[in-house]
Write a protein of this length. Structure first.
Length: 122
């Protein structure tokens, strides 16, 4: 699966890339630090999955989700947040899955695997 990382914190992107590059079948194809950067990257590469920081700066999250879906209709979006309380909002907004940044890395990998097989929101 071709994955785009979208988080304004370099340490988070670095950790995600390190985790994902160890997994067979997962390829990180790019990184974005804000909504405009993400949209430009998605328009150029149309990844299969975006790991989206739920608080990514640059655009209202609902508008960003709509723009991403318009650009790549088959795109799977997994929201990442440091606040577990954002899960309900993220899922209601239409992301395919939600993972708290505080959870073990295996939780993120499980969400990616679930989405590969046809997401069931979590």
């Amino acid at each position: 699966m071709r994955i785009m990382l979208a988080d304004n914190r370099r340490k988070v992107r670095f950790a995600l890339r390190a985790l994902l590059e160890q997994q067979s079948g997962l390829e990180v194809i790019g990184e974005a630090i804000d909504a405009q950067d993400l949209m430009a990257s998605v328009e150029n590469s149309c990844p299969e999955v975006v790991l989206l920081d739920w608080g990514l700066p640059g655009m209202a999250t609902h508008d960003l989700l709509s723009a991403l879906r318009s650009t790549c209709p088959e795109l799977l979006i997994i929201a990442l947040s440091g606040r577990v309380s954002g899960q309900r909002e993220a899922l209601a907004a239409g992301v395919d899955a939600f993972v708290s940044k505080g959870e073990p890395p295996e939780r993120l990998l499980a969400a990616i695997n679930r989405c590969e097989k046809g997401c069931s929101a979590s």
